[in-house]
Design a binder for this molecule. Structure first.
Ligand code: URA
Length: 428
């Protein structure tokens, strides 16, 4: 078998066989296929697509490229949660403690971010001392004892995905539905959870720009779940504007704490209540979403959700009173009066990136303390001179640059505009 022939076959729009996909993934894992040929095949897949069988085998062989993690000894139902990634997405850090406070075990292996802001692990590492490098035994013990643990990926799971993702990231082949589906599901299947909840982000700040594409991705994920005998539920959620108010790392932890203390902005509070209720339903803790919402609200209002968060932070060696902030805060004031009708998530992310909140290359250092806090969301009324956002920075120069970019993110109109629903659709 020659990789050249496999590339040519896909270039001509033909389906790849199980054996060809296996050969490709083994070659990626053993490093016997050079990066330029991997890139060529990824581009051909991006342009020509894959059918259900091809995506299934791609997922299967990526999954088999590494170890699987058995959450040995945890007998309760385990529900895993994943997001395809968006600006200001700190949902895992909020939803984990909420559902754990409701009695659902939340065992989550998360990643670092490559892109405009950090991933869940980067955000948690902005808490001084917080350990994200737990061994598998420590991870399992924490879940058993506290019902909650969020750690970095342990062991050698899906090495083929790591390699493929790094190449996709620099060859404009990230936003391909079969490649995203195989990448997400191989990671999720490496853990023996019972059900998988996937938040498929759609909009300007997401990989999926249209609802049609997001639906296609969600359907592919659900079908893969069926073939691997796992229940998969997807929500399509809006990523035209950032989620909540904070975009960065430590600023997002502060916002997560606000939500858990029942002081969050209603947009993110409602979003997290819905997601938590769905997870409780999947985990068979409740019998309906309504029942889920009720218990979730109770656990936020009575402080138990926040206590769970503190318990997790302390268990993972973090210091809840030591979450650093930036040296300076600049203000962005509105030059017009009216109603906000757009806060472009991508542009806000780019402004945060200028401040140092994300990384372009995997070895880049991020600045955990910088970021943006929105003071106005879509639908808000704004007067001339009123604050649109706060810029948390450690450098005036970068702060001023970010401010100019951020100004472009806001669109203001004289007429009141409708607020889009944050949850667009459920697919299962
Ligand atoms: N998240 C993943 O894990 N993989 C992708 O390819 C895209 C989003």
């Amino acid at each position: 078998m020659r990789i050249y022939d496999i590339i040519e076959r896909k270039k001509n729009g033909k389906n790849l066989t199980k054996k060809q996909i296996k050969y490709f993934i083994e070659g990626v894992t053993n490093e016997t296929i050079p990066d330029y040929q991997i890139s060529a095949l990824l581009m051909a897949i991006s342009l020509k697509g894959m059918d259900d069988d091809e995506v299934y085998y791609l997922t299967k062989y990526i999954l088999e490229s590494g170890e699987k993690i058995d959450l040995f000894g945890i007998d309760d139902k385990i529900v895993d949660k994943h997001s395809t990634g968006g600006i200001g997405d700190k949902t895992t850090i909020i939803v984990g403690p909420i559902v754990a406070a409701c009695g659902l075990k939340f065992a989550k292996l998360s990643g670092r971010g490559l892109g405009l802001t950090g991933g869940t692990i980067d955000k948690l590492e902005s808490i001084k001392g917080f350990r994200t490098d737990l061994s598998l035994d420590e991870f399992i013990e924490s879940v058993k004892k506290y019902g909650l643990c969020i750690s970095g990926q342990t062991g050698n799971i899906v090495p083929a995905d790591k390699k493929l993702y790094a190449i996709r990231d620099v060859t404009a082949t990230v936003d391909s539905i079969p490649l995203i589906a195989a990448s997400i599901m191989s990671k999720k299947l490496a853990l023996n959870s019972d059900s998988i909840f996937i938040d498929v982000k759609v909009g300007i700040g997401a990989f999926m720009k249209t609802i049609d594409d997001a639906r296609k991705l969600a359907n592919t994920l659900v079908k893969l779940g069926e073939r691997f005998d796992r229940e998969v539920v997807c929500y399509l959620t809006n990523m035209d504007e950032p989620l909540g108010l904070a975009i960065g790392n430590s600023v997002e932890i502060y916002e997560a704490i606000d939500v858990l203390k029942n002081k969050g902005h209603y947009s993110i509070v409602e979003f997290c209540i819905e997601l938590s209720a769905e997870l409780l339903l999947l985990g068979e803790i409740v019998n309906s979403i309504e029942e889920g919402r009720k218990i979730v609200k109770e656990k936020i209002e009575n402080g138990e959700a926040y206590e769970k968060f503190v318990e997790m932070v302390e268990n993972q060696n973090g210091s809840i009173d030591d979450i650093p902030r930036s040296d300076f805060v600049l203000e962005l004031n509105s030059e017009e009066e009216g109603y906000i009708y757009k806060v472009n998530a991508k542009t806000v992310g780019e402004a945060a990136m200028i401040l140092g909140s994300g990384r372009e290359n995997k070895d880049d250092q991020i600045d955990h303390t910088v970021g943006i806090i929105l003071n106005k969301k879509v639908g808000s009324r704004v007067k001339k001179g009123e604050k649109l956002a706060y810029i948390h920075t450690n450098s005036f120069e970068k702060g001023e640059l970010a401010k100019n970019i951020l100004m472009e993110a806001f669109s203001i109109s004289v007429e009141h505009s409708d607020i889009a629903d944050s949850i667009i659709e459920k697919i299962k």
